[in-house]
Design a protein. Sequence first.
Lengths: 182, 579
Amino acid sequence: MSAAPTNPVLGAEGGGTTTLVVRVENKAGVLARVAGLFARRGFNIESLAVAPTDDERFSRLTIVVGVDAAPMEQVVKQLDKLVNVVDIQELNSAASVERELMMVTVRADPAIRGQILDLVRVFQATVLNVGYDEIMVSLTGSPSRVDDFEDLLRPYGIVEVQRTGKVALPKLVKSAPDPLAP
Amino acid sequence: MKMNGGQALMKALESEGVDIMFGLPGGAILPVYDPLLDSSIRHVLVRHEQGAGHMAEGYAHATGRPGVAMVTSGPAATNIVTPLCDAYMDSIPMVVVTGQVPYAAIGTDAFQECDTTGITMSVTKHNYLVTEAADIPQVIHDAFHIATTGRPGPVLVDIPKDIVDPNNPRSAMEWYTPKDHDLPGYRPNRTGDAELIRQAAKLICEAERPVIYSGGGILKSRGAEALLELAELTGIHVVTTLMNRGGFPDDHPLCLGMPGMHGNFTAVTAMQEADLLIALGARFDDRVTGKVAGFAPHAKIIHVDIDSAELGKVRRPDVAIQGDCRLVIEDLVKALGEMGGSDAQPDRNPWRSRISGWQERFPLTYEQSKDDELLKPQFVLEQLRDSTPDDTIVASGVGQHQMWASQYWKFNHPYTWVNSGGLGTMGFAIPAAIGAKAGRPDRMVWAVDGDGCFQMTAQELVTAATEGFPIKVALINNAYLGMVRQWQEMFYEERYSEVYLTRDVPDYKMWAEALGCVGLRVESPEEVGPAIAQANEVDDRPVVVEFRCEAEENVYPMVPAGMSNSDVVVDPSQQDRPR
Ligand SMILES: Cc1ncc(C[n+]2csc(CCOP(=O)(O)OP(=O)(O)O)c2C)c(N)n1
Ligand SMILES: [Mg+2]
């Protein structure tokens, strides 16, 4: 087996992901700038979610990046150089709350529909639409919980699946500040 | 004040202090060329838009002020992509205005429409597609700010025709002077961290074999004086990369000259043997480091750069300081002063004598031409260097002649060397020399060009002749794409593939005359000096001096691509000497 090529900028190939929460100016072409930068510098996007923020001048991108595909430091610094990028938060899974939405249509002959509804109950998923031999459900949860649900549905025959890619916010501080501290 | 977008654009450019711009009109930009007639800005009509871009770059190189170019949409915009990329790679402040089809026609494949902002996104520091006439003053103000601050670079402003066309209601606007910048994501920091600067000073005081590795950031930050002060305070030798030739005087005893693939032996070897590299506004380019894993293996690294993404991009620094080179060096000098100044520097005599030993054994060298041979390009450059004023500005093309020019010229003043480093753009020399002359009409400006490069942009000599820029061109005619010929000789077993240009076609003397220049041809060493003297006398038009040079001459030293700098190949006459 040949060794994976190493590049001083890109580093070696490998697994693992980091989530970047990038606040950008809400201007035409910003997504193209971000996507173009990733392509040009050889960084890999695993998933990308775009949403407005409470301030209409800005949008928030939640980008999941393959960690070892590039030193995260380079990814962040190069992103930060884009004039329309306002700030970047690097979130690792342990320090953040992550959510993803999946919509999935599964084969569901009336004979086995009950089994699928059991899974829906266990995962607290939601039934969105029912056909004569298919059922459409949705689940919001941590990406790994969504993975589990998808894996369990697969044997029944997934007709179509849509996942949003994850969004995340940092976990909140648990210990209250010492009221006596200066 | 009510006006139209075209008038606002000219007024905005005037407000930014633009005194000259380079361009060529066409359909989409036509409405802006009308208010140009009433403007204080001088416009230089180029013969090809690539020329306009390189002229703007040459102007910026020579003056430190942003160069400005204006061209129409479609093919004109694509013609200026190469200069944008060139300026991006070499961090040249430049603002390019392009015309665009009317806003409502964008996306319809209209005549001369192209996705200019899409195409140039990856070769500009930033670009804009302006959608409303009212945005023009703010966008131009922001564009100049972005181009000239932080790590400088090119900014493109694409302007749809309808918002500048007085016959279109969409062009009507009320002039305002922008107060602030509308750039929430752009806050370049200039000052270095005081604690890191102290750590750097400490490393310097401990180093026995330090070398200052100075790059283009010195010139960009106007930091040449600060660098001189640092070197003299510490007694540390300085290498000047291709982008910082002139940023430290070649005649200074601490100057080691150019490092890298065609750097001189001492500059290359001193970096290899150093125990500390003080990288100031340099980016560890592959043409400087050779094989990265083998580069300066014993050295700790202090890395100062305005662009934090450069810190650790190629080589992990021991002390990384984000900041403006000049300001950081000034603070470093203060910190060193507090630690005892020159008294705190260790005894570095053994290191100095190693350096002077290399300088004695491995000077730049070449064999003079024999009786029946054509000129040696190195001889031509030495003669040119010695027969021109000390502050002459030299612009260069790309190839062997560029390396010889950088090696053999003595650069003793900042902003006297104008070249294409990062992109290596053939054809850069002539338009860049014109831009430099436009910015510094008081200076003598020589372009050192190759025969291959000359044929790429020679048409701009018409611009020089008609617009009154009496530049001089030293054309090193070696009948080959010489640099490629050298690689085929050394690495492809002398299998020459598509590198011979011919010696006599075109007739450069006649071509020069047809372009409105004085044309001279030189074949023997005795004619070189008098021809240069004659060229120096001409002040009413450009001059082209064709120097007929040996084809087989190679550039040495050379670090073959992908090899370690320790494997630098020296001139054949020096190969047996002990290193
Ligand atoms: C636009 C462009 N095309 C191709 C190259 C590749 N290249 C680098 S040097 C060189 C030869 C340049 O020939 P010439 O101008 O005669 O200079 P010489 O090396 O002979 O001094 C070429 C083709 C380049 N750098 N730029
Ligand atoms: Mg040549």
